[in-house]
Design a protein around this ligand. Structure first.
Ligand code: FES
Length: 78
């Protein structure tokens, strides 16, 4: 499997409404941190996550989090 691109070595802090979202895992989306379909033909698939209430989240921007889509500090090791 190839390495993902790294849009930024820091999380995206976002205030999101409750609902379903697709986090970009390939790093090529122009709508970071969300999927825009750019993974087509690559070894990556977006990761779906759901929020049950409106909240602020810290979404991984380096694409190396061990349990995506949320930042776990892995960007400090890149
Ligand atoms: S931005 Fe990827 S682990 Fe923090």
């Amino acid at each position: 499997m190839s390495d993902p691109e790294i849009p930024q070595k820091a999380p995206y802090i976002a205030k999101l409404d409750a609902g379903d979202y697709y986090w970009c895992s390939c790093g090529k989306s122009s709508k970071q941190p969300f999927c825009d379909g750019s993974h087509q033909g690559l070894d990556f698939s977006p990761i779906k996550f759901s929020l049950e209430k409106n909240q602020v989240v810290s979404l991984c921007g380096c694409k190396h989090a061990k349990k995506p889509p949320f930042c776990d500090g892995s960007h400090n090791q890149i």
